[in-house]
Design a binder for this molecule. Structure first.
Ligand SMILES: Nc1ncnc2c1ncn2[C@@H]1O[C@H](COP(=O)(O)OP(=O)(O)OP(=O)(O)O)[C@@H](O)[C@H]1O
Length: 226
């Protein structure tokens, strides 16, 4: 399997209010098509690791390679392009644009990338909403959707540019158990049916146990890989 992402000797420090060594000697590879989860107790460094691996944070020691390109060597402009084209993000809070429709929200990263016409993009966005089972909600303002539907819109948005990898930080954390299960099943379906690579931080053992691999963190160190 092709390596999508690799961390080599990744160490992260926070310096405020006191120096704190948060990630310790992380070596890790994520392969194309796998659904991996990062698990561990609160404060163990899961989100910090996800932010470094996903290029949102580049203030660390060591290397993170995306398709063998070291992220730290990219200019801000090249990094912004790589993020938009090759990386999808799903957070606990969806960060959708209020006052815009579901369809507009899904199309936005595609408009920014500028590779397709408006019509082509609209068709593609509708396909993504359809995969997520909410094509019938496309023209509704996102404020009028339920929490579970909003999170599905944010997944469709993450998919629009057909990213190499999707990073999820507690994607089900803000949902009731039924919607959480539903959103998790959608993510699982993306990996199983469409070979989408996903790396997900979660507190929920019932979800992480269903991923291909659990990366276990304790006090900033990887203690187990399955
Ligand atoms: N900006 C920051 N400055 C200083 N310390 C931070 C900062 N962000 C996080 N930390 C600390 O780093 C440690 C790891 O935080 P992180 O959010 O990565 O943990 P986590 O495993 O994702 O936790 P949770 O499961 O509670 O979300 C914690 O002790 C946290 O207090």
């Amino acid at each position: 399997m092709k390596k999508v992402l690799e961390a080599k000797e990744l160490n992260k420090y926070f310096y405020e209010p006191v120096e704190f060594h948060v990630l310790k000697d992380i070596n890790l590879s994520i392969y194309s098509g796998e659904f991996a989860s990062i698990v561990g107790p609160s404060g163990s460094g899961k989100s910090t690791l996800l932010y470094a691996l996903s290029s949102l944070d580049r203030e660390y020691k060591g290397q993170v390679l995306f398709d063998e390109i070291e992220l730290k060597t990219l200019t801000n402009q090249k990094l912004a392009h790589l993020r938009n084209k090759s990386i999808g993000f799903i957070f606990q809070f969806h960060f959708l644009l209020a006052d815009f429709t579901a369809l507009d929200n899904v199309m936005l990263p595609g408009l920014k990338l500028g590779e397709l016409t408006h019509e082509e993009l609209e068709e593609k966005a509708m396909q993504k909403l359809d995969i997520l089972g909410i094509a019938d909600q496309a023209t509704k303002n996102v404020n009028r959707l339920s929490g579970g539907q909003q999170q599905r819109v944010s997944i469709a948005r993450a998919l629009i540019n057909e990213p190499r990898i999707i990073f999820c930080d507690e994607p089900t954390g803000n949902l009731d158990s039924k919607n959480a299960m539903n959103v998790f099943e959608m993510l699982k379906n993306l990996t199983r049916e469409f070979d989408q690579t996903i790396l997900m931080v979660t507190h929920d053992d019932s979800f992480s146990s269903e991923t291909d691999r659990q990366i276990q963190l304790l006090d900033g160190k990887i203690i187990d890989r399955q």
